[in-house]
Design a protein around this ligand. Structure first.
Ligand code: ATP
Ligand code: MG
Length: 151
């Protein structure tokens, strides 16, 4: 069914606002104001956004920025979640979608987690015929880009 990612993103960001404020992180949303429709399951697309935004806030130190961008690309929509956080080592990038994988980076280990969030994201994205691309640099930050079929 058509799902308005713009609406979903607003709810997800509302949920992360307190955590972000607590760490003095600016949580920025860059999205068209009208609906951005993806084709999929509303709860599952909500989980994608929720996991990516909560990770970004969790793995970004005090005073950083998390920017969530929504855009339309021909027959796709793209959701990107960029942070100025701790980053991910190159050797860890391939393993992010593995269940229970957590980086051994001490700054990441210091945060609580089970290592399931991204495995779930990966699975949902695949089920929707979408794509997940991660770019990251240790100590500088990460960008998670999800493309999904547009409705
Ligand atoms: P949870 O199951 O609660 O989500 P988690 O956050 O540890 O636990 P994932 O969301 O699957 O698990 O993330 C896996 C690992 O990838 C994390 O432990 C962390 O090391 C790394 N990671 C994920 N997102 C980021 C990010 N935005 N910046 C830096 N590292 C990240
Ligand atoms: Mg997580």
């Amino acid at each position: 069914v058509p799902v308005d990612l713009h609406r979903i993103l607003e709810d997800v960001v509302d949920l992360s606002t307190m955590a972000a404020r607590h760490k003095d992180i600016s949580l920025v949303v860059d999205s068209p104001t009208d609906p951005v429709l993806a084709l999929g399951d509303p709860d599952e697309l909500d989980r994608i956004c929720g996991n990516l935004v909560s990770n970004a806030v969790k793995y970004t130190p005090e005073g950083g920025t998390v920017t969530v961008t929504l855009s339309r690309r021909a027959d796709r929509v793209e959701l990107s979640c960029a942070d100025t956080g701790i980053g991910i080592a190159p050797e860890d990038l391939d393993r992010l979608g593995t269940e229970f994988f957590r980086s051994s980076n001490p700054e990441a280990v210091a945060q609580p987690g089970t290592g399931l969030g991204l495995a779930i994201v990966q699975r949902i994205v695949e089920r929707h015929g979408g794509e997940l691309v991660v770019e990251s640099e240790l100590g500088r930050g990460s960008v998670f880009r999800v493309t999904l079929p547009a409705a």
